[in-house]
Write a protein that binds this ligand. Structure first.
Ligand SMILES: Nc1ncnc2c1ncn2[C@@H]1O[C@H](COP(=O)(O)OP(=O)(O)OP(=O)(O)O)[C@@H](O)[C@H]1O
Ligand SMILES: [Mg+2]
Length: 250
């Protein structure tokens, strides 16, 4: 059965896109088929995949539509990125879905309906940093939600908001599970980082047993349109995302 994982946090720059991209590649390394869904008009995931050009032709906006229903099926826009890895690209046009969907009936279910025929082992949905209608669509379509979080005080405070949104989604998606909180940009030298990680665990939050450290290799590899897994195989970040794939897929 296809597992649909929304990678979500309304806070910006916490590693959502990086997690979608690298985790997708780590799952593919394990022989799984993965569909990456770029649900962010910033289209960072599409850019990281080096598929901006294809994304401009037909993208998720043409599937989801705006005020009017979309003109394309999901399979019409999906492009192959690497063996086992496919991408539903985005471009800035997707911002028209965000405004237009508000005027549609059943606006929360549009992505769920678009994904109905998809059969990869995993669908990973990269959400934008907001709790608007696009993120709501992701949380309705998903079976699980993964929440990357920086180990900082304000990030910890911000978790309450995403939890509230998840709980508000329950009537539309009663089976949605929180896969876990993924600590990102962790710096073991900083007492603050360690304290926040401890605080999350002490509050009983479902913190995953994998912590992603800070490394400039993530940005460098994105520039090279390559995942850190092949760009720097011995980097601790590579090993952490491979461990995360094992936790999820093991
Ligand atoms: N563990 C990390 N260590 C250092 N840099 C990282 C790490 N993870 C991601 N980055 C870099 O930080 C920046 C933001 O990461 P990313 O785009 O994944 O965050 P995001 O949550 O998707 O942001 P947005 O909310 O804008 O969509 C990028 O330049 C990325 O390469
Ligand atoms: Mg992003």
């Amino acid at each position: 059965m296809t597992r649909i994982i929304a990678i979500a946090n309304q806070k910006g720059g916490v590693g959502k896109t990086t997690t979608t991209y690298v985790l997708g590649h780590a799952l593919a390394e394990r022989g799984r088929t993965v569909l990456l869904v770029d649900l962010d008009p910033q289209s960072s995931l599409t850019i990281a995949c080096g598929r901006e050009k294809e994304g401009m032709a037909a993208n998720l906006y043409h599937v989801l539509g705006g005020q009017e229903p979309g003109t394309h099926a999901l399979r019409d826009i999906v492009v192959k990125v690497n063996p086992g890895i496919y991408l539903a690209p985005a471009d800035i046009a997707l911002s028209l879905s965000e405004s237009g969907l508000m005027l549609r009936m059943r606006r929360e279910y549009v992505l769920q309906e678009a994904l109905a025929g998809a059969t990869p082992d995993y669908v990973l949905i990269d959400c934008l940093p907001s709790l608007g209608i696009l993120t709501v669509n992701a949380l309705v379509a998903a079976s699980e939600v993964l929440i990357p979080t920086q180990c900082e005080y304000l990030a910890l405070r911000g978790l309450a908001m995403i939890y509230q949104t998840i709980n508000r989604m329950r009537p539309a998606n009663p089976n949605l599970q929180v896969l876990g909180i993924l600590p990102t940009f962790f710096d073991p030298r900083l007492i603050h980082s360690r304290e926040i990680l401890e605080a999350m665990r002490a509050r009983g939050l479902p913190v995953l047993p994998v912590v992603i450290g800070r490394s400039v290799r993530f940005a460098e590899s994105a520039l090279a349109h390559e995942s850190i897994l092949t760009y720097d195989p011995s980097n601790p970040g590579t090993q952490a995302y491979q461990a995360l794939a094992e936790v999820i897929d093991g």
